[in-house]
Design a protein around this ligand. Structure first.
Ligand SMILES: [Zn+2]
Length: 499
């Protein structure tokens, strides 16, 4: 049981924020946390002096920067994941605040962490707010990095490391907001639940699917904030906030070409490698038809005035009968993100064939990673590709590991409005646009449980830094991290603080 927040003699969000700051400002700077339960004793905390103090949660952000560096040093590359040490570290941070986190084992060695701030003796799950992020990261190829990907290195105003943004950065911002709320002692109008999940990156046996099957009651909520959307910086300032309310669905297709195996000195016309390569080349040049989902339509409506005149003109022409087709081509060519928001995409990702240099193999295979617009089905894609490939030696097989198709979150409720209002206010008046991510997140599982889940990684990031997620030299600008912590505190405080 978490300690019950004491009732506050004041109301109003502003006063709540001031008191929060007051409560946090004093003990933290001097207090270098010591090893707690599960905190690795050998992970030194960087002296917190690097994040610029740009806002009223500066001290908290510096403290959170230490947690983030510590978490980066706990290698949770997935596969294999091995999230338990990171789960224990997070639990240790929560315990030091007097909270009672629970470690939820999903499969041996792979656990999630959950903690709750109660608003009343009897929880109302339909009102609860869930702060969710994942503990695992994608692997890093050390030889391609300029620093140790698991060193938590601070350099030139950035914190480097695998997971600095995706998703240990977000996890840390959630943790900071949750702890700020606890420290404030504010009375809450709803339960607030912190959740760190495992196995998000491969959606395997330890992922939120099985976590929810085993432990749903531990984190049942009506609202959630997760990764999935971003604060997009262009030319040095925030252009817009993309607040994710929907996501595409991932699926995989195996392309299998079969021919006659034989001696490479006498090639035949049914060489499986040649048939596979021809099929993949056709698929690579193919564009699936454009379909506007309601969220993408609203996204482009909001985006048009933010772009230069030329691009703005083509965005406005996207759905017109006379110029639509040309506009769709211009917009798709201009941005891989926009292209992928408008249609199903099909990306060849792996190839395998052959075992010896002088033997023609009887079979060759490729994998296609497909990302479906919400509402589209993989069977339609297979039909279209079969027509396109049109080769009796080539067969398409859908793999059974497709992602979850979930309903969109509403753009009309209080939580969406609260996030949008705060984000726009805090990021210099930049508009908040509804966003349909081309990537998948844990939110699809939550939406299937009737959670109104929204995606917003709260750190302002430019294209160059966004591209480093899942790439080399992933890093987070310290100023963006501090700003993101501040914004997350405000979102959680204003939505869950009693009014
Ligand atoms: Zn992620």
């Amino acid at each position: 049981m978490n300690s019950r927040p004491s009732r506050w003699p004041v109301s109003g969000v502003l006063r709540l924020v001031f008191a929060l700051v007051f409560a946090m400002a004093q003990p933290l700077l001097a207090q270098v946390p010591v090893s707690g339960p599960g905190i690795p004793a050998n992970s030194p905390r960087p002296v917190a002096a690097t994040a610029p103090q740009t806002n009223d949660t500066g001290a908290l952000a510096r403290e959170a920067q230490g947690w983030l560096a510590d978490l980066i040093k706990i290698n949770t590359s997935n596969p294999p994941g091995g999230e338990d040490p990171a789960a224990k570290y997070v639990a240790g941070v929560l315990q030091k605040e007097g909270l009672t986190p629970e470690i939820l084992e999903v499969v041996p060695g792979r656990s999630a962490v959950v903690a709750r701030l109660r608003s009343a003796a009897m929880a109302d799950p339909s009102k609860a707010l869930l702060l969710v992020a994942h503990l695992d990261v994608v692997p890093a190829d050390k030889s391609r990095w300029s620093v140790d990907p698991f060193g938590g290195v601070v350099k030139d105003g950035y914190l480097y490391g695998r997971g600095a943004i995706d998703d240990k950065g977000m996890l840390t911002a959630n943790l900071a907001a949750f702890i700020a709320l606890k420290r404030s002692g504010a009375h809450l109008n709803r339960d607030v639940i912190f959740l760190a999940t495992a196995d998000e990156e491969t959606s395997g046996d330890a992922s939120i699917r099985n976590l929810a099957a085993k432990y749903w009651d531990k984190f049942a909520a009506g609202y959630a904030i997760n990764e999935g959307g971003n604060v997009f910086v262009k030319n040095g300032k925030v252009q817009y906030i993309g607040l994710q309310a929907s996501e595409k669905v991932s699926a995989n297709i195996t392309v299998i070409a079969r021919g006659t195996a034989g001696h490479a000195s006498q090639p035949t016309k049914d060489n499986a490698v040649v048939h596979l390569a021809t099929a993949v080349a056709k698929i690579g040049a193919y564009n699936a038809p454009v379909r506007f989902t309601s969220i993408v339509r609203r996204y482009f409506e909001g985006l048009a005035p933010l772009e230069d005149d030329e691009i703005g003109k083509w965005i406005r022409s996207l759905d017109t009968p006379d110029r639509g087709e040309h506009a769709q081509r211009v917009i798709s060519d201009d941005s891989p993100l926009w292209n992928a928001m408008l249609r199903d995409t099909i990306a060849p990702t792996t190839l395998s064939a052959g075992s010896a240099r002088n033997v023609i193999p009887g079979e060759a295979r490729a994998n296609l990673n497909v990302r479906l617009l919400p509402g589209n089905t993989i069977n339609t894609v297979v039909e279209d590709l079969n027509k396109l490939v049109n080769d009796p030696l080539v067969r398409l097989e859908v793999l059974p590991n497709a992602g979850l198709a979930a309903p969109d979150s509403s753009l009309e409720n209080d939580f969406y409005a609260t996030i949008a209002r705060i984000a726009t206010r805090e990021f210099g008046g930049a508009p908040t646009l509804p966003f349909q991510s081309t990537w998948a997140t844990d939110s699809s599982q939550l939406r299937l449980h009737n959670v109104q889940a929204y995606g917003l990684v709260p750190f302002p990031l430019n294209d160059e830094d966004l591209k480093r997620m899942h790439g080399d030299d992933e890093r987070i600008p310290l100023a963006s991290f501090a700003k993101g912590v501040d914004v997350m505190v405000k979102i959680v405080t204003e939505f869950a603080g009693a009014r």
